[in-house]
Design a protein around this ligand. Structure first.
Ligand code: GUN
Length: 307
């Protein structure tokens, strides 16, 4: 019989071996990108991102800072353009138009969500599709859905790279995507269902109005959870041996007296870890992939726009 201690040890080992570590996949991708970055540098081209930050959403500020640091660490450049939340939308639009025509800029992103007074569509559609490294412009959305992508949105692209790295076959599998956002859910649906080696899945898209969500998730071989609710997906909602991808990054109060926070995902780690065959942890799972794929898209853009 297992003692308490050896049971804990076994659980710990299990937990380690079935984790899908995006931070490892991210290093693999950046290492592969380094030769392209060197080749560009030899031609005096340094891939450069222009990041537009509107307002003072603390999470957005951190994301932009992390993206910037990551670019510099990998021999690229990043410049942030800050606008206050009471700026006029036309100021942002004219900034984007200048960046569109600036040959030293290869990628432009507007950090989302924007404060409520701004119109996401108008702003995102101002970015030239050639520099749309987030892949949110309708031109790039259309290219993705028609099976001929130019820039693929970073988070779902990163998830495909994780599945590919860990040799998790998607062909013919039942996949459930929870969440229908333009950033994750919809492009995830397109990628998993399309006729590529890393797709070919039967995909069900679920969302806040889905009836009997558990009926769908219990039947899924792969679940991508991007619903934005801390610890939402529980162990009793999934099939034994399924692959669970946690896209959530939720900041919750750990100790209100000390004002300390911790980051948790949309998946209830404790109840899912011993039922799933594989699970992405939070942090260290999907998060690092979003930044790596942004670098990937920006380097592709630098190559594309200089050949
Ligand atoms: N907000 C959350 N994820 C993203 C992303 O991938 N790109 C941008 N621009 N904003 C985001």
């Amino acid at each position: 019989m297992l003692t308490n201690k050896s049971f804990l040890l076994k659980t710990e080992m299990n937990q380690k071996s079935n984790l899908l570590l995006g931070k490892i996949v991210s290093s693999d991708i950046t290492q592969k990108l380094s030769s392209s970055i060197k080749d560009l540098k030899n031609k005096n081209i340094i891939p450069k991102l222009a990041a537009i930050l509107v307002g003072d959403n603390p999470a957005s500020k951190i994301y932009i800072k992390n993206k910037s640091k990551f670019f510099v660490k990998n021999g690229c450049e990043s410049e942030t353009f800050n606008f206050s939340s009471d700026s006029n939308q036309s100021e942002i639009i004219s900034c984007i138009k200048q960046l569109n025509n600036d040959d030293s800029i290869h990628g432009i992103l507007v950090q989302l969500p924007l404060p409520k007074s701004f119109d996401d569509s108008i702003i995102l559609e101002t970015i030239t599709p050639k520099k749309d490294v987030d892949g949110f412009h309708p031109y790039n959305v259309g290219k993705l859905f028609s099976g001929n992508p130019q820039f693929i949105p970073c988070t779902p692209h990163g998830i495909i790279k994780i599945l590919d790295y860990y040799k998790i076959n998607t062909s013919g599998k039942n996949c459930v995507v929870i969440g229908r956002s333009n950033i994750v859910g919809k492009p995830m649906f397109a990628l998993l269902s399309q006729k590529f080696e890393t797709g070919n899945a039967t995909v069900t898209m679920c969302h806040s109005r889905t009836n009997n969500l558990r009926h769908h998730t219990l039947n899924a071989d792969i679940v991508v959870c991007a619903i934005g609710i801390p610890n939402f997906l529980k162990g009793n909602m999934i099939k034994k041996g399924s692959v669970i991808i946690d896209v959530g990054i939720n900041r919750i109060v750990e100790n209100s007296a000390k004002k300390s926070y911790k980051i948790v995902g949309d998946v209830d780690f404790e109840s899912v870890i011993n039922i799933a065959s594989h699970l992405t942890p939070v942090p260290g799972g999907v998060g690092p992939m979003t930044i790596a794929m942004l670098l990937y898209n920006t380097v592709s853009s630098a190559k594309l726009n200089n050949t």
